[in-house]
Ligand binder design. Structure first.
Ligand code: HEC
Length: 111
């Protein structure tokens, strides 16, 4: 029980740091769930891994092409290892839970 609390504490601390990175560097162009200049974090989280997010931050010009964007409008950021970890965990925390379709399927299964 104690351990669960401890893990939850660590996760929430690192999410708080990720929020700081987000507010410092990303907020003008990305919002958590609304489309701004760039795509919302909820959308990014549903299709990218932590490694892909980190690659995009370091080299948006190259990686946006791989992601299928025709133009790149995002500047590169030099974040340290901890900031990269924190911001990717923060973005991934917006991953939508189950889609409604799977929920409906599960509901029918229970009956
Ligand atoms: C000046 C505006 C701007 C800022 C600041 C910015 N972004 Fe972006 N971002 C964009 C745009 C526009 C795109 C769409 C692709 C492109 O233009 O390269 C994008 C795309 C992305 C993607 C890939 C989207 C996908 O298809 O999966 C990720 C991940 C991302 N941004 C993360 C971040 C993070 C993390 C920060 C802060 C450290 C940040 N961005 C700061 C404008 C910005």
């Amino acid at each position: 029980m104690k351990y669960i609390f401890f893990i939850a504490l660590i996760v929430s601390i690192s999410l708080a740091d990720g929020k700081k990175v987000f507010e410092t560097y990303c907020w003008g162009c990305h919002h958590q769930s609304a489309v701004a200049f760039g795509p919302p974090f909820s959308q990014i989280a549903s299709k990218r891994s932590a490694a892909e997010i980190r690659a995009m931050i370091a080299d948006p010009e190259g990686v946006s092409k791989i992601f299928g964007y025709k133009r790149n409008a995002m500047p590169a950021f030099k974040l340290n290892e901890q900031e990269l970890k924190d911001i990717s965990a923060y973005i991934l925390s917006f991953k939508p839970k189950e889609s409604n379709i799977t929920k409906d399927i599960n509901k029918t299964k229970d009956k």
